[in-house]
Design a binder for this molecule. Structure first.
Ligand SMILES: Nc1ncnc2c1ncn2[C@@H]1O[C@H](COP(=O)(O)OP(=O)(O)OP(=O)(O)O)[C@@H](O)[C@H]1O
Length: 270
């Protein structure tokens, strides 16, 4: 049976769902070829569009290095492409920035997962309005950090505290206000109750401030004066706090209201 094993499977045809076999016999190779061609159509088109976009943006050095791809169904004028993609070729600077950024991200993840910050970490990231800048820690700060980390070991996990010098301007302002208030209290003064709202979009550093404030309370041996609460269990666990309803002794599904015993306990506590 000459030629039997030489079933021809054209890749393009396989995409279209047709397999040609010159003998009409299914061989193992035929099956393997068909399986290899089972790339989802959407994925293939995505790749084609990505290549086309890169080609229009001039990412390929010359046309020789640009694989031949099927044209996009949507045709765009060259000028439109430039403004649409707003892409330029990456240079050595961009690459260096990318490497630095990756290192910083990695370090931050490590910081998040360890009870204290690694003192020898060198540059650290400051986050402000979604932008990030890099600052170098000088030797004096490193010594201060050492002492700070000894304290950090004895305190809570969840989101870790930042060294106060690492807080951005807004964070530092909030931190300083609470710090001042606690200092007043500890000096025997009676400052008016501090009613402060620290708000910001997700990821802007509120929990970090809370944890840094926590650290300050601990450094002053005033941890018992601090009670941290959040509306949801997940958020509460991030700051090593409790849920608001737990703190307020509110139980679910109890229509009879709070017992006088619980009320007394609550009043005594506060
Ligand atoms: N001053 C800072 N220096 C370095 N990293 C910071 C700083 N402030 C915040 N971050 C980092 O930014 C990320 C988000 O911070 P954080 O979780 O405190 O934000 P959040 O406002 O509490 O977010 P959410 O509202 O989603 O809970 C974290 O990875 C945190 O470590």
């Amino acid at each position: 049976m000459e030629g039997c094993a030489e079933d021809v499977v054209s890749r393009d045809d396989a995409f279209a769902g047709t397999v040609e076999s010159n003998a009409g016999i299914l061989t193992e190779q035929t099956v393997l070829d068909v399986l290899a061609a089972q790339i989802p159509y959407a994925e293939q088109m995505h790749a084609v569009h990505a290549l086309e976009a890169a080609k229009y943006a001039g990412i390929f050095v010359d046309n020789m290095s640009c694989p031949q791809v099927a044209p996009l169904t949507i045709s765009l004028a060259q000028s439109d492409n430039a403004s649409l993609f707003n892409i330029r070729r990456a240079d050595a600077n961009d690459l260096q920035n990318l490497i630095t950024w990756k290192e910083l991200m990695l370090r931050d993840v490590q910081d998040q997962n360890s009870p204290h910050v690694d003192c020898a970490q060198g540059p650290s990231v400051r986050v402000n309005d979604g932008a990030a800048t890099v600052t170098l820690i000088d030797e004096g700060e490193v010594c201060a950090l050492d002492a700070w980390h000894m304290l950090a070991d004895t305190t809570e996990s969840g989101i870790s505290a930042a060294h106060p010098s690492m807080l951005n301007e807004d964070q530092a302002q909030a931190y300083n206000i609470v710090m001042w208030h606690l200092d007043q209290k500890l000096c025997g003064q009676s400052p008016p109750p501090l009613r402060m709202l620290l708000h910001g979009e997700g990821g802007t550093g509120k929990s970090r401030v809370i944890q840094t404030i926590t650290q300050y309370f601990h450094s002053k041996a005033a941890g018992l004066l601090l009670l941290k609460a959040a509306y949801t269990g997940v958020t509460a666990s991030l700051i090593d706090g409790k849920t608001t309803h737990t703190i307020a002794m509110i139980t679910r599904g109890d229509d009879r209201g709070m017992s006088s015993q619980s009320k007394a306990k609550l009043q005594q506590f506060w």
